[in-house]
Design a protein around this ligand. Structure first.
Ligand SMILES: [Fe+2]
Length: 408
C-alpha cells in the first residue's frame, strides 16, 4: 500500500496510524517549521509542539514500519545511521504531516505520514501511562454510604455497567455487585468478564467455607483480622473477588479498611511509626506439604513521591521477625498501632454479604476481614478468585475506544 492510499475520509482519522485507541480530531495541522534536529508543528487552534526527527522516523506507521495486523513495530532504528538526515516536510491538503526521508547508503528513500490527531495526543502527553487516569480516592467509615453498588446483569451484559464497576474499582478499590445467581463458579464468570483469573497455590478459585483440616485461617469459622491476601508473594494478587453463594450462619459479617488511608492516618499521628513500617523489611511465609512461598518486604510500600501505594498486612502468615535487636521494640510498637487503626470503627466498613452478591476489592490497598461465625447455625459459602491489574486497565482501554474526546 502506498502512503497516500492510507488517507481516509475527513470525519475519521486521516492517516491509519496502526493504533486501535481513538485519535481522530477535528484539529488539523496548518504549518510545519523544520529545525536542525526537530520540527515544530502548528495546529488549526494555534497550538504548537515539537517532534524530533529520530522520534518521527521511529514512529512511522506505514505498513512496512508497523505491522498492519499486529500493530507492532517492524521498523528497526539500529539499521539506520546514528545521525538521521532531516526529511523534507510538508502539510498535506488534509492537514496531515508528510515526511520524505532521503535515500542513504544501502537504504531507500522513505515516506511517512502522520495523522494530526495522533500527533496532537502525543504532544499533550505528560509521560504518564496512556490510559484514562483514575486517581484512587481514600476513604473511611463514611464510605459505607457511597460504596459503588452495581447490578450483576448490568456488569455482565452492558458496557455502562462494566465501566461503572471498573472506574469504581480504580477509584475506591471496593465495589459490590448485587442480584446475581447463586451458582457454583459464578465468581469465575464475573472475573472472566474482565480477563483471565490469576491462579495461585489456592487454585484458580477457592471456597471460603469452614473445613475439617484447614491449611489457612480463611477455612475456619474464626474471626479474621484485617489483612491482604498473599503478601508472601512477590507479585501478590492485585484484585480479589468474593462471591456469596450462601450465608445462613450467625455472624460472619465482612469488614473492609482502606489500608492506604489508614497508613496516612498513622503518619499523621506517629511519623516515626510510619517510617518504621515503611522502611523495615519483614518476612511473610506460607508453608504446606507442597509449597513454601516467602517474601521479605516492608508492611507499607511507598512510591517515588513517598506516598503509601500498597500494604502488606497479614498477621497469620507473618514469619519470624528477623530485624536487628534495636529495631524489635520500635517495630512492634508501630505494628501494633497500625493494627489498632486498621480495626478502628472510624476507618472500617462492615456489612453482611447476601447470596448472589459479590464484593471485589483492591488487594494491594484495601484490607478485608470478617467477624467469627457459628457454622452450626447454617451454611456459609463464599467463592473467591484473583485478577491482575493489567487486565482491569486493558478492559478500560478497550471500552474507551471510540469514546475519546474529539472522536469524529
Ligand atoms: Fe483473605
Amino acid at each position: 500500500m502506498t502512503a497516500e492510499a492510507q488517507i481516509a475520509d475527513a470525519t475519521g482519522p486521516i492517516v491509519d496510524m496502526g493504533e486501535l485507541s481513538d485519535y481522530a480530531d477535528a484539529r488539523r495541522l496548518t504549518a510545519v517549521e523544520p529545525g536542525t534536529h526537530a520540527l515544530t508543528l502548528t495546529w488549526s487552534d494555534g497550538e504548537q509542539a515539537s517532534f524530533h526527527y529520530v522520534w518521527l522516523r521511529d514512529h512511522c506507521a506505514c505498513t512496512e514500519c508497523r505491522h498492519p495486523q499486529t500493530h507492532e513495530r517492524m521498523f528497526r532504528l539500529v539499521d539506520l545511521p546514528a545521525e538521521i538526515p532531516a526529511p523534507s516536510a510538508r502539510i498535506t491538503d488534509m492537514g496531515a504531516l508528510a515526511l520524505d526521508w532521503p535515500a542513504m547508503t544501502g537504504i531507500d528513500a522513505h515516506r511517512s505520514l502522520f495523522d494530526p490527531g495522533w500527533l496532537r495526543q502525543r504532544a499533550d502527553d505528560d509521560g504518564g501511562p496512556m490510559t484514562t487516569a483514575i486517581e484512587p480516592v481514600p476513604w473511611d467509615a463514611g464510605f459505607a454510604e457511597e460504596l459503588p453498588i452495581i447490578d450483576h446483569h448490568a456488569f455482565m451484559h452492558t458496557d455502562a455497567g462494566l465501566h461503572d464497576w471498573l472506574t469504581g474499582m480504580m477509584r475506591s478499590g471496593l465495589v459490590l455487585l448485587r442480584n446475581g445467581p447463586t451458582e457454583e463458579g459464578e465468581v469465575l464468570r464475573a472475573a472472566e468478564r474482565i480477563g483471565w483469573p490469576r491462579e495461585t497455590n489456592f487454585g484458580r478459585h477457592f471456597d471460603v467455607v469452614s473445613k475439617p483440616n484447614p491449611n489457612n485461617a480463611a477455612y475456619t469459622a474464626a474471626a479474621l483480622e484485617p489483612h491482604v491476601d498473599l503478601p508472601n508473594w512477590e507479585r501478590s494478587p492485585d484484585y480479589q473477588f468474593l462471591y456469596c453463594l450462601a450465608n445462613e450462619a450467625e455472624g460472619g459479617a465482612s469488614v473492609f479498611t482502606d489500608g492506604v488511608a489508614v497508613a496516612e492516618a498513622l503518619r499523621a499521628e506517629d511519623p516515626e511509626g510510619f517510617r518504621v513500617l515503611s522502611e523495615t523489611p519483614i518476612d511473610f511465609r506460607f508453608q504446606d506439604e507442597t509449597a513454601d512461598l516467602a517474601m521479605r518486604t516492608p508492611v507499607i510500600e511507598l512510591d517515588d513521591a513517598g506516598r503509601p501505594t500498597r500494604i502488606r498486612f497479614n498477621n497469620w502468615i507473618r514469619d519470624t521477625l528477623r530485624v536487628p535487636g534495636h529495631q524489635v521494640e520500635p517495630f512492634y510498637r508501630a505494628y501494633r498501632r497500625y493494627w489498632e487503626l486498621l480495626r478502628d470503627p472510624r476507618y472500617t466498613v462492615r456489612f453482611t454479604l447476601r447470596p448472589g452478591e459479590m464484593i471485589a476489592f483492591d488487594n494491594l490497598r484495601v484490607l478485608h476481614g470478617r467477624d467469627a461465625f457459628d457454622p452450626n447455625t447454617g451454611h456459609r459459602q463464599l467463592q473467591g478468585c484473583y485478577l491482575d491489574r493489567d487486565l482491569l486497565r486493558s478492559r478500560l482501554r478497550v471500552l474507551a475506544r471510540g469514546s475519546a474526546p474529539g472522536a469524529g
